[in-house]
Design a protein around this ligand. Sequence first.
Ligand SMILES: NC(=O)c1ccc[n+]([C@@H]2O[C@H](COP(=O)([O-])OP(=O)(O)OC[C@H]3O[C@@H](n4cnc5c(N)ncnc54)[C@H](O)[C@@H]3O)[C@@H](O)[C@H]2O)c1
Length: 364
Amino acid sequence: MTSRKVRYGLIGAGNNAVKKHLSNYSRLSNIELVAVCDVNIENGRKAAETYNIPNVYKNYQDMIIKEDLDIVSVCTPNSLHTDITIYALQNGVNVHCEKPLAINGKEAQRIVEAKNRSGKNVMVGLNNRFTNEAVYLKKCIDEGYLGDIYKAKAGWIRRSGIPGRGTWFTNKEVAGGGVMIDLGVHYLDLALYLMGMPEPTYVTGATYQNFAHTDKRNRNGYKGNPNGIFNVEDSANGFIGLQDGATVNFEFSWASNIDEDQTFIEILGTKGGASIINGELKIHSEILDSCVDISPILNPNIKLKNEFEHFTNSILSSEELLAPAEHGVYMMNIIDHFYLSAEKQEPVFFEKNNNCYKRLSSIC
Ligand SMILES: NC(=O)c1ccc[n+]([C@@H]2O[C@H](COP(=O)([O-])OP(=O)(O)OC[C@H]3O[C@@H](n4cnc5c(N)ncnc54)[C@H](O)[C@@H]3O)[C@@H](O)[C@H]2O)c1
């Protein structure tokens, strides 16, 4: 690439794109915000106006063909991620694709294959991997401070947090699933990433739908559509067995009768444990004859990773990606097994001696 700025385009100018992608990419001095595309042209125009973006499109193919872009963010509803990402790759554009990478493992794998053919790159928008606490904890684990990791717990539970009853989020065909594919993708990913993404051997899952009948449990600020579809789970529980003998428990809910909302990760190792609860990191271990709790004061002089800067730099310098598309395949294969287990009401095993990028033929 020459010394010109990195030419950036946004596809899908909804809530997340504006709050997360445009607000962050617009801060980078080596990014030029070139164009925005949304089928809802008003959303596109509004975002373009706010961020002073000169070109607005209704059709992503037109934008990609005309604008000679280096990066696009794909921030559309989930079922569109695969086709849009593959189209961008085929036309020489790197993709920062929102989570979930695709609505199942098979589609996620198609993205990886297209990426490999294109020589371009795809990063999944797994922002929770980029928090200072997660970056620091990952380093602690990788450098052996917690010993061998044998158990983890992950969850994101909301009391009233349906992202709009009857919107695309609650429509299986468009979203691919409910809370598991929405919030589970973030926190189960974080637990498994911290553990080093061991190969899974089996998944046991259960899904529940108890709040589809009421608008009372919508997330604050999110409107429902009374005529829309709600055919996904609003609560999910499960257990994963991993090839190295470690296990992960998980629990997610958009709506449930709990005391209060919580996000949590707990990682247990032979030398120490760690938790990130509602964003707060603690490390638990022992010194001499006593157990100790450590609350790290993260060094403000150490520059930790910024998701948007990291992806931009990876294009300019081949910096290794922290959330590559292959990790999206790993996660979507686990989620496929989770949904199959919930449907069959029994554990579902991965093929023996296979890595998890391959999947059970019954799921394909
Ligand atoms: N990483 C995170 O923390 C996070 C948070 C929220 C959402 N997300 C993800 O971001 C994506 C978008 O979620 P959202 O909450 O912004 O949804 P949203 O409904 O607010 O926005 C989606 C936008 O995509 C547009 N769109 C639909 N089809 C399109 C097409 N063919 N071409 C161009 N634009 C199209 C819609 O008009 C809308 O403006 C989802 O994949 C979601 O899972 C990630």
